[in-house]
Design a protein around this ligand. Sequence first.
Ligand code: HEC
Length: 103
Amino acid sequence: MRLIAFSGALMLGLLSAQSINAASIYAGQARAAAVCSQCHGIKTPSADAPFPPLAGRDFAYLKSALEQYRDKTRKSEIMNAIAGSLSDNDISNVAAYYAGLKP
Ligand code: HEC
């Protein structure tokens, strides 16, 4: 009986950890589709577009690039304006979403 309760708790723990992950990628996907994809595309922008592709890029790279755009240590009129309205959570979510895509 005690064993069953224990494994039940373990299962619950695993399940909620998974849904937190899914939620952040899902939120990142929603934002990417609404905002970022207009320039970056979901997977690849058109070949002659001036926008760097994001799919499959390193999570840490995407996250730090967005943080640098937000605090304007990396300059781009467009990206400074866009990243300025992102919270830490938003940044993690979109970075997780794009990093998880196959380019
Ligand atoms: C209006 C067009 C536009 C939109 C919308 C846009 N971007 Fe960008 N993005 C750019 C341009 C242009 C650059 C290149 C800027 C530069 O020279 O640093 C860029 C660069 C980036 C880079 C750096 C890539 C690299 O190779 O270093 C990241 C990361 C990025 N954008 C993420 C995002 C995310 C996430 C969103 C949505 C929240 C977004 N962008 C929305 C135009 C856009």
